[in-house]
Design a protein around this ligand. Structure first.
Ligand SMILES: Nc1ncnc2c1ncn2[C@@H]1O[C@H](COP(=O)(O)OP(=O)(O)OP(=O)(O)O)[C@@H](O)[C@H]1O
Ligand SMILES: [Mg+2]
Length: 332
């Protein structure tokens, strides 16, 4: 146990002040009027550490930058400013062998298995390819390794000769997980892994991920809308708002005593697990501002019930609080 506790304190991926701004198409009128190009500020100085051996949940309203962060962490997107480190190395500087090693060690599992699995390849062919590309084992050992992977994700052995369309949604997600695990990664980035599945199937896939995380001591970034799932699976949770992390902390502390007014509102808006509590839930008031022109100061100030003059001007930084959480709010 102590090994695991110790290991969950060492960062494996560190995101430092990461910015990702997407240019948006310039209309002819805007060009004629000489207007400057506008940018969607998808990530705005995100600071976050993913600790070795932990599952870190990432939550926040649609459009707050969760997927952008996930894609930046696997190196699918470059940050315009800031850095992302994997085992202490800036991932933007990795080339050749080091890059290939990073690509193997940090695997993304996608929400939509249809788009990420080749429809013409059987599960066996797909896994053979993954194992061969990264030279994971001698050729003669590949069939045994594939059988082992099927067992690991609890698929029957006859799945090996089937094509993706022959499986249900939950089974396809297991295939996606087996392909990611084939290359023995250290980090799994799961963006809305189960959001497209029926609730009953969601639980099975999430419990599988939980088991695998413990068995293989994986580090997992779990992006999801469903706060109950996030609470069930995560050691720590990060809350994002308009391209920033506004609060991060141990799951139970964060769920029981959320400190940031946005976290408080987000948790109140979620359906309660206590049936006598239903109906008391309050949803967030006010519109989510556009990421094209986010508010100055604290980005949440336009919707915050406790807003002060300082919040309208000065941007709060993510600071440690006595409970262990880190919160970006002037009033906490
Ligand atoms: N390739 C892109 N080009 C332009 N804008 C983009 C691009 N990808 C994302 N965005 C914008 O960046 C912002 C953050 O998007 P992102 O997909 O990261 O949000 P999200 O938190 O994952 O949302 P959801 O919960 O709906 O999946 C959004 O305003 C989105 O429209
Ligand atoms: Mg997303």
């Amino acid at each position: 146990m102590s090994d695991i506790l110790v290991s969950r304190t060492i960062p494996i991926v560190s995101v430092e002040e990461a910015m990702v701004h997407f240019p948006i198409a310039h209309s002819i009128l805007e060009k004629i009027q000489g207007k400057p190009r506008r940018y969607v500020q998808a990530l705005n100085g995100v600071r976050l550490e993913l600790m070795r051996g932990e599952t870190l949940g990432v939550v926040g309203e649609s459009g707050c930058g969760k997927s952008t962060l996930a894609r930046a962490m696997v190196g699918l997107l470059q940050t315009s400013e800031g850095k992302i480190y994997f085992n202490g190395k800036d991932i933007a500087t990795l080339h050749g062998k080091a890059r290939r090693s990073f690509n193997r060690q940090v695997q993304m599992i996608f929400q939509d298995p249809y788009s990420s699995l080749n429809p013409r390849m059987t599960v066996g062919q797909m896994l053979t390819e993954a194992l061969s590309v990264h030279n994971m084992c001698p050729k003669k050992d590949i069939p045994a390794r594939i059988r082992q992977l099927m067992e690991l994700v609890r698929l029957p052995a006859d799945a090996i000769d089937k094509l993706p369309h022959e499986f249900s949604g939950g089974q396809r997600q297991r295939i996606g997980i087996s392909r990611a695990l084939a290359v023995e990664p250290e980090v799994l980035i799961a963006d809305e892994l189960v959001s497209a599945l029926d609730v009953s199937v969601q639980a099975q896939v999430v419990n599988l991920l939980l088991d695998l995380q413990q068995k293989l001591n994986l580090t997992v970034l779990f992006v999801a809308h469903d706060l109950r799932l996030v609470r069930h699976i995560s050691h720590r949770v990060a809350v994002m708002y308009l391209g920033e992390v506004v609060e991060v902390g141990d799951t139970e502390t964060l769920f029981q005593t959320p400190l940031h007014p946005y976290t408080q509102a987000l948790l109140r808006a979620a359906p309660s697990m206590d049936p006598t509590d239903r109906g008391k839930s309050v949803s967030l008031t006010g519109e989510l501002p556009s990421p094209l022109s986010p508010p100055p100061g604290c980005r949440f100030h336009t919707r915050c019930p406790n807003v002060t003059d300082r919040c309208r001007i000065e941007r709060p930084i993510l600071a440690s609080k006595p409970g262990g959480q880190r919160v970006a709010c002037h009033l906490v």
